[in-house]
Design a protein around this ligand. Sequence first.
Ligand code: TRP
Length: 452
Amino acid sequence: MAAASPSSRGSWGTQFGFIMAAVGSAVGLGNMWRFPYQMAENGGAAFLILYVGMVLLIGLPIMLAEFSVGRGSGKSPIDALVAFGGKKWKPLGMLFVAAGFIILGYYGVIAGWVIQYTWTYLVDGVIVDPGATFGAYATGTNAVMAQVLVMLLTIGVVIGGVQSGIERASVFLMPLLFLILIGLAVYAFFLPGSGAGYAYLFKTDFGALFDFGVLRSAAGQALFSLSLGMGAMLTYASYLSKQDDLPKSAFYIGGADTGVAFIAGLMIFPLIFALGLEGALQGDESIGTVGALFITLPETFSSMGPATGRVVGILFFFALFVAAITSAISLLEVVTSTAIDTLKWSRRKATLIMGSAICLIGIPCAIDLKYLTLYDEIAGEVLLVIGALFISLFVGWRMKNPIEEVQQGTTLGRILPGWRTVLRYVVPPILVFILISQVIKAYTEISNAFGG
Ligand code: TRP
């Protein structure tokens, strides 16, 4: 079946379904781990203030920019950019697709670790020596098999299409994720000694408000966490109708994403401190690494005792799995929809071939962690910022009537001229600044990983 007419492209059943799918894309490993540790390390409440400021100042404007191109064209990224900007903009669409390939390549590997942990808690109980477990699960045959399983599940959802695949999975999984997280945060609150965890998270340094490094972290985290800069939000918005309210949706999505990140912080640190494991945060598995998520927290769970620890472990890693798989789905959808539109493949063929290709690209990350670092530094930190910069310039300066497009279906029309001004004059300089520092950081970290 050719996928040419707009109706055969698929569409969301409800605006709620779209919002859940977009929140599913946004809520991922970035919320569950990266945000909490960044907040704890970068000035506590001061970081939270800067972060919310960055979500409002650059995150939501860029999200709305992606929405306007997606819904305005009703096309996947490459065709959409060409429709509004001409052939010259095709490379930006190709950059989006390339970023999708690389990010999903390593994201699938990490999600594979999460599946193995969830499974272990389910069938074996608490993990007593998580350092050894992580060593056994993170690379090699186990890691590759788990990654293949994740990709098969992702393919299984995306092949079902927009409404009966992605939307159906998201409206069920996302509310479940919220419930589990809130439940775990409340549980952590009632543990004796959890107060020290809040103190650690909120240990506020108001000097951080004026620290450029902290500002850069907050801005980079906002972009990554909201899934911006690679056409994911653009693609999801291409399945919307003109009755849907784009600015309001952006507020809901940004609010839910920030809320989940904050609740993750309210869960993780109180748990760790209540169980007296804060020492681990200073040890080898320094707090910023993924290792901490797979080592320190499981240590916490096993010190809760075998039964409680097992239940908490199942819930936590299942929630993490939901967060990761719904992000993986949106990454694959960007690539799949592009293959459907530009190569005129059927959804089935596009999903199977592209999903398998991405799986192959990710395999090096499942064999040696230095490739995972490499992929993350290149795509997660640099390509996304370039993508976000150019989509802002595109909608700010090149596209003819983005305001008219967004005006349809919204009750917030008043704010739109201000939105475009921000896209023109505020967002690009901030992104150029982040880009320069991310490139330096990526260069240092890649040469460290490959130098030794
Ligand atoms: N937002 C995801 C997270 O917080 C990661 C991510 C970044 C992403 N860019 C994306 C997910 C694009 C899907 C699409 O973990």
